[in-house]
Design a protein around this ligand. Structure first.
Ligand code: GAP
Length: 440
């Protein structure tokens, strides 16, 4: 399949089937913002739930928090974002379009749109923090920032978490939530947006070089394996280690996991060795003691932080690109059933036969107590299968005339399009094991 074409097809499918819509579309849109539709919102929730289960529920050494989006503005001075969270910006002197100086491919693309070679301004630092105002007195509002990364809420709460739980180093604090960046050039669908979600673990360890590299390597492998377990081919993933000049202002070492996207290898998520950058800066700026008291030695120290940081939206984009399949005229999303919006769809073979509709409805009502299940009684069965294939529903259950005789239904597999006959009494158990056993 032509790769650029693939992105276009996915964008169209997402709009048509309620996965992702352009933000504020009836007003002409708002650059770099997107809405998740009825199907997309389910997929996104499933991804976040799976992440939380893996990172918090199943681990004894990670706890989760949900911090405020708007933090005291001093936080962003301490974290270095006010000073250093910048991208190099150049402006086309002909049409005033702005681009990132470190994205030569976008500049080259723009140059093609002018007859004469455009003149560019010198690169200047452009801060990505999104500003807002808080307070009720006009002219006296406080200028605040919408968080540029969800990380700082964790560092600000470090002491509260240590004091209120039984965590002992090494331990992590997990968080999922919205982040905002005034990206110069949002683009590639939801890949680079101005409002997006992140899922992160800040993993606090002893300040020791060997420990640092041990956990850094551990989290690299842990995250790569997780994306593979969700159905991304290992051939489409690779590590990209950052050289010194490439690293964010806080990082002692950094690696991206990259995905083989239609426009080339692209950053999927990051693993960053932040050392004690954040805690030491917050200690200094807040004047509070943020050291960790080691119960074993009685000593105290500022822990180091190994961070794993992934975009929720970006993960969804790459999971959808990976899942998009064409088989002749048939289009289907080969999503891991755990991610799929609906785990099954229930159909009466014919909508005008009340006995079939009634029987199908009983099955539908029962299954939906435990699973997200879709109902469809429109048109013909082929059209219903096609509609469910396009949104990645792994199983379609049809109640037909034989059901009325022997209490069996047909269950059709999305990927093979094969059907098998199953007793209604076995259906819930069978679905549950099929959904939870990895498909890939
Ligand atoms: N706390 C560290 C941090 O925020 P980052 O590399 O700037 O590091 C981490 O961002 C991840 O967040 C990225 O790998 C990507 O998945 C996601 N991300 C960053 N900027 C994004 C944007 N503008 N749109 C969508 N996702 C973004």
């Amino acid at each position: 399949m032509d790769k650029q074409n693939l992105l276009e097809k996915l964008v169209a499918l997402c709009k048509r089937r309620g996965i992702i819509f352009p933000g504020s579309e009836i007003y002409g849109g708002l650059g770099g913002t997107w809405d998740f539709g009825p199907v997309g919102a389910e997929i996104k929730k499933n991804l976040k739930d799976l992440w939380w289960k893996e990172m918090v529920q199943l681990r004894d050494d990670v706890v989760g928090i949900d911090s405020a989006i708007i933090l005291n503005p001093r936080v962003w001075e301490a974290s270095g974002h006010v000073e250093a969270f910048t991208d190099p910006l150049v402006e086309c002197k002909v049409c005033h379009a702005r681009f990132r100086a470190d994205h030569p491919e976008e500049i080259a693309e723009h140059e093609k749109t002018h007859d004469k070679k455009p003149q560019w301004t010198d690169p200047q630092k452009f801060n990505l923090l999104v500003r807002s105002y808080l307070g009720v007195l006009e002219g006296k509002e406080t200028e605040v920032f919408l968080r540029g990364e969800i990380t700082q809420g964790v560092h600000v709460d470090f002491k509260n978490v240590v004091n209120s739980t039984r965590v002992r180093i090494p331990f992590g604090i997990a968080q999922i939530g919205k982040a905002f960046r005034n990206e110069i050039t949002p683009g590639n669908f939801i890949f680079r947006s101005r409002e997006f979600e992140q899922m992160e673990v800040q993993f606090f360890i002893k300040p020791d070089e060997q420990e640092g590299m041990k956990w850094f390597e551990y989290w690299k492998k842990n995250r790569l394996d997780w994306y593979i377990s969700l159905g991304i081919s290992p051939d489409h993933l690779r590590f990209h280690d950052h050289e010194e000049g490439e690293r964010a202002h806080y990082a002692k070492a950094a690696t991206d996991i990259e995905y083989d996207a239609p426009w080339g290898w692209a950053e999927f998520m990051g693993i960053h060795h932040r050392g004690d950058w954040d805690l030491s800066r917050h200690q200094k700026f807040s004047g509070q003691d943020l050291t960790y008291k080691d119960p074993e030695t009685g000593g105290s120290f500022l822990p180091w932080d190994i961070e794993t940081s992934a975009g929720v939206d970006r993960s969804i984009l790459f999971l959808l690109l990976e899942a998009y399949q064409e088989d002749g005229k048939r289009v289907y999303l080969k999503l891991d059933p755990r991610l799929a919006a609906y785990k099954a769809a229930v159909f009466p073979l014919l909508a005008n036969k009340p006995e079939l509709v009634e029987k199908a409805n009983i099955i539908y009502q029962k299954l939906k107590q435990d699973l997200m299940v879709a109902w469809d009684s429109r048109g013909n069965i082929g059209g219903r299968y096609a509609a469910q294939d396009e949104i990645g529903t792994p199983f379609c259950i049809t109640v037909d005339f034989q059901t009325l005789e022997d209490n069996t239904i047909t269950i059709r597999d999305r990927d093979t399009a094969q059907q098998e006959r199953v007793k209604i009494e076995d259906l819930a158990r069978m679905l549950s094991s099929k959904i939870n056993e990895p498909k890939n």
